[in-house]
Design a protein around this ligand. Structure first.
Ligand SMILES: NC(=O)c1ccc[n+]([C@@H]2O[C@H](COP(=O)([O-])OP(=O)(O)OC[C@H]3O[C@@H](n4cnc5c(N)ncnc54)[C@H](OP(=O)(O)O)[C@@H]3O)[C@@H](O)[C@H]2O)c1
Length: 215
């Protein structure tokens, strides 16, 4: 058994989820409120290590009225246990789980274990399917996946994502340096992930589309 997984992201009209320096706000205020209300509904929020290193997010509910107990558990996919000890994701707003692989140094795991629950699955990269099974056993039955592009790809490749919401901000970035919603090596035409529109609506000058993932 695995948790129910909902991938949520903001992207530009040309599918980019961040500028090279990650400073662009892609969607508007109403979308931020939507995301923080969404966070309240999930047991955990999950991101890849690059998102932690680049954006240093808190991954808590702080844009709407809420209590500390409402904060979901934070999960970081981090093969080498590189999460810096002063990352906001390790503050005491909520519990944090760092999932590493066997390549992580024991010392780094020991260092992180003072601030987070750390477990290892996989030889080189984190084995995501095993990680999801283990999280389910730990009582996490729903996860909001908040990127970035590399983790989004692997989660889709492993067919672990059940639902996708994208907020399309009315901006275009262009260029090859900005990450897109899903990077990775790409799917061929047989493997490409098929989606079914469940809902869509306008927020400010943005559009939110919610999809069921059919595979
Ligand atoms: N607009 C939005 O909504 C949004 C949301 C989130 C992020 N972002 C942006 O996305 C960018 C970061 O995305 P990113 O693609 O560079 O990185 P990422 O997806 O955040 O992290 C990827 C890293 O996770 C680790 N990992 C371990 N096991 C993995 C596995 N099985 N599959 C995939 N990754 C695994 C790898 O590093 P190790 O091998 O070192 O473990 C990998 O390089 C930032 O610029 C951020 O601003 C945007």
């Amino acid at each position: 058994m695995k948790p129910y997984i909902h991938l949520n992201s903001a992207m530009t009209a040309d599918g980019k989820i961040a500028t090279k320096d990650s400073t662009l706000k892609i969607s508007g205020h109403d979308d931020l409120i939507r995301v923080h209300n969404l966070r309240k509904k999930y047991d955990a929020i999950m991101v890849g290590i690059n998102t932690i290193l680049i954006d240093n997010p808190r991954l808590s509910i702080h844009k709407i009225d809420s209590k500390k107990e409402d904060n979901p558990t934070r999960i970081v996919i981090d093969s080498s246990a590189r999460t810096p000890l002063d990352s906001k994701v390790l503050n005491d707003d909520a519990d944090t789980i760092i999932i590493t692989s066997d390549k992580a140094e024991k010392e780094d795991i020991k260092r992180l274990s003072k601030k987070a629950i750390v477990f290892s699955v996989g030889d080189d990269k984190v084995n995501l399917a095993e990680a999801m099974d283990k999280l389910y056993e730990m009582g996490i039955s729903s996860i909001l996946l908040e990127g970035g592009a590399t983790l989004n790809y692997s989660m889709l490749e492993e067919r672990l994502v059940d639902k996708i919401s994208v907020c399309i901000g009315s901006k275009i970035l262009g260029g090859k340096d900005s990450v897109t919603l899903v990077d990775g090596k790409g799917f061929d035409k047989e493997e490409c992930v098929k989606l079914e529109i469940e809902d869509y609506y306008q927020l400010d000058n943005d559009i939110v589309i919610e999809y069921n993932v059919l595979y």
